[in-house]
Design a protein around this ligand. Sequence first.
Ligand code: V47
Length: 353
Amino acid sequence: MDVLEKLRDGSFSIEDGVKLYEMDLHRLGEIANQIRKEKHGLKTYFNVNRHINPTNICKDVCKFCAFSANRKNPNPYTMEIEEIVNIAKQAYQNGANEIHIVSAHNPNASLDWYLGMFKAIKQEIPDIHIKALTAAEIHFLCQTYNLQYEQLLDMMIENGVDSMPGGGAEIFDEAIRSHICKGKVDSKNWLKIHQIWHQKGKKSNATMLFGHIEQRSHRIDHMLRLRKLQEQTHGFNAFIPLVYQRHNNYLKVTDFLTGVEILKTFAIARIILDNIANLKAYWVTSTINLALVAQEYGANDLDGTIQKESINAAAGAQSAGGMGLDEFVHLIKDSGFIPVQRDSLYNEIKAYN
Ligand code: V47
């Protein structure tokens, strides 16, 4: 196929990507599904994990964010390390093998607090996988404590962080980015932080926030920048398109995406990012129903049971209480796919045939 050849020889342009959106959804789905099947057959991965968001106090104001404490969400909190460890311990006892920790950019919390929580969790539960600190948080901490990225990434490893989540990528286009999240890590540095992390032999994910004020061309540009870095490092495990949630924030968006546009974006991501093994339909932002359909449009991973979620729930997602393991398995099975519980690095734990 012409598109795949162009992607491989580097001549695929943003315009080529935008043209893909003009294709019929079902044809796009067929192509994406073929790539999915070659990589994963009918397997759909998920993990049993626990999200923890230890503070919502943030020095930055991202217009799309409803989680950080501000005029619209006047409930600031910062957890004690002991409380964070207790949540992790309980999650582990309930079967979780991954703790996913994302905080805000809290200028009142110390570097010891940010790193100490990882050390304390690992001391109590040595075999839990810690996926923590987005590139946005890393940039914030490096600026605040006058550290080079390399230094902080080494400290993360020393304190027990195993992999990095894909948050903070939003949309790489500089003009859109400056409108929706001015002050946050810029695109070049988001990519640089992941590049250094990968060079240390570590894995990470990459997200893209879409369905706000961006155009199709910005999504393609975002995917192509990720494809380029992945060609160099091979360090991204999964690409995660996050559907914008509209409530309780400062971004005035009046046009919302149709299901067709969301599915086309998944399919196009599967095609353009065929060098990233996994395409995750994060059910929290897409809704579980659309995530199940997305399995036929390239997605092979639905993230996890989560147990508790605050960031997207604050903006309107139906994710606050996570999802039970049995329900997850049944939904995937009933939609015609094979649920496979995985660990954070995509090693298979159990297939529910
Ligand atoms: O970076 C914030 C997003 C992200 C909204 O790596 C919003 O496995 C939609 O990155 N509407 C954090 N999205 C979550 C994240 C993530 C989630 C699941 C798995 C992984 C992974 C990473 O949430 C932020 C931001 O892009 N976000 N507000 C909103 N209103």
